[in-house]
Design a protein around this ligand. Structure first.
Ligand code: COA
Length: 436
């Protein structure tokens, strides 16, 4: 049978495909720009025939009824590895909860906890090529592990998705049903850097030597700093997330991947989220290698890169060096993702450095993000014993190996000036006398 014939036999309408889901089942969903908007929009319409369906998602981008609509209570429960905007609202309503994890072992841990059972996989891919291979395109973090574990694999085919290189191939024989939905892929627009972010970018650029390999995390700051690296040479990319800023650096001749010690000549990462510029760049580009999150984010794999520098963002850092990047107090905000993986991996690398960059204030200067103690309920993303370098617009605190007294001093020096005296007083009340 030829591939077109197999394709036709597996093709269903979106309602027919979602009709395969039964009550009490678990659905594993592809993440971020790989999520299948057609299947997920349809899911909520099956509320009345479904109860107790568990849906595992990660960084969902769309606004879907099965998540947002209170009448879905009892019909669907969302377990989420990394929150997006909509999830923050639903969290306290009891229909959604967060799965703590490090990204490199996210899928395997969850599969283990579920006794390796995913009933249905919902994902996206390109149409098959003449040999029957679809490309998983924009996401490979947890997708292949979920596909291998699922009883039923349902793929939303989208001809607008880029065909990407690496471990992204999925043969049509591994797919049970296909649906078609040729919509533009979800995009994330870069933000314009603020003055504070520009200063942070300047400090970070000074720490990056020619020939380094970079990981850039999610959020405004990692993207903002790329413009400060235009005079560096022969940088490489080993990341979790491919971003627009990397395309700019490649096109400016800064990223060559020539001096990398693994995947030489190629950028390596696990998912892409950005604008159409990024998606055009990675389309059929043999210089961009997608590998599974269990590979890209394994700290020991990251650590084999020479001069590996990870750059991630946080919401709060306390004076002992505990980093919170995933909650605002007890309000869950995002997730650990690959922050601890990459921060640890960078420190395992010869000449490497783990950087956490944050603006020194939040809420238009009303709050210091450098605090004596993390807020009640805050989740620690990087523990104090793992932390390396913290950067704000006021400078760099190199915390590795420093005792608590010296950490407090180094962090107070990079706090916003109007909060420094108060920080000194409060830390002394906690029994630590900073050396200023
Ligand atoms: N107290 C109260 N509110 C705070 C705050 C604090 N200490 N720090 C930030 N906020 C508010 C900001 O004011 C902003 O609110 P607004 O949207 O109303 O303006 C909001 O929280 C988001 O802050 P911002 O710094 O703009 O977020 P970001 O989009 O740059 O993302 C993280 C930053 C930390 C949330 C994001 O990087 C993250 O989730 N990191 C963890 C995972 C990770 O790093 N993975 C790495 C591999 S991809």
């Amino acid at each position: 049978m030829n591939i077109s014939e197999i394709y036709r036999q597996k093709l269903l309408s979106i309602p027919e495909a979602v009709g395969k889901v039964q009550s009490h089942q678990t659905i594993g969903v592809a993440m971020a720009a790989s999520e299948p908007p057609g299947l997920l929009t349809e899911l909520g319409k099956h509320r009345d025939r479904l109860e107790d369906v568990k849906v595992w998602v990660c960084l969902p981008l769309g606004a879907y009824d099965f998540v947002l609509d209170p009448s879905m209570e009892g019909h669907f429960f969302v377990e989420n590895w990394f929150y997006g905007v909509a999830d923050r609202k639903v969290h306290s309503q009891g229909r959604e909860s967060y799965i703590p994890n490090n990204l490199h072992e996210a899928a395997s841990r969850k599969l283990y906890a579920a006794k390796n059972h995913v009933n249905v996989y919902f994902g996206t891919a390109t149409p098959p090529d003449s040999r029957g291979f679809l490309s998983l395109s924009l996401g490979l973090v947890i997708e292949k592990q979920l596909i291998e574990a699922a009883d039923l694999v349902i793929i939303e085919v989208n001809e607008n998705l880029p065909r990407t290189h690496g471990d992204t191939q999925l043969h049509i024989s591994e797919v049970d049903y296909l649906v078609e939905n040729h919509v533009p892929p979800a995009q994330l627009q870069p933000t314009v850097p603020s003055e504070a972010e520009e200063s942070i970018g300047g400090y970070i650029a000074e720490m990056i030597e020619d020939g380094s390999t970079l990981q850039l995390g999610i959020g405004g700051i990692p993207n903002a700093i790329t413009s400060f690296m235009l005079n560096r040479r022969d940088l490489g990319i080993h990341t979790e997330m491919f971003t627009d800023g990397m395309v700019d650096l490649y096109e400016a001749g800064v990223i060559t991947n020539k001096r990398k010690t693994q995947w030489k000549g190629k950028m390596v990462g696990a998912f892409a989220l950005g604008t159409q510029k990024l998606y055009d760049f990675i389309n059929d580009n043999p210089g961009v290698e997608f590998q599974q999150g269990s590979v890209t984010n394994d700290p020991y794999v990251i650590g084999r890169n020479y001069k590996m520098v990870s750059i991630n963002t946080a919401l709060q850092v306390d004076l002992m060096g505990q980093v919170c990047s995933q909650s605002i107090g007890n309000r869950h905000f995002s997730g650990t993702g690959g922050q601890l993986d990459t921060h640890r991996g960078a420190q395992l690398s010869e000449g490497g450095r783990g950087i956490i960059a944050l603006r020194s204030t939040a809420k238009n200067g009303a709050l210091s993000t450098i605090v004596p103690m993390l807020s009640e309920g805050a989740e620690v993303t990087v523990p104090s014993h793992d932390v390396d370098t913290i950067v704000t617009e006021y400078g760099v605190a190199d915390l590795k190996g420093l005792c608590l007294r010296d950490r407090a001093s180094a962090l107070i020096k990079i706090a916003a000036p109007q909060f420094r005296d108060q920080l000194k007083e409060e830390i002394q009340r906690l029994g630590i006398v900073p050396r200023m």
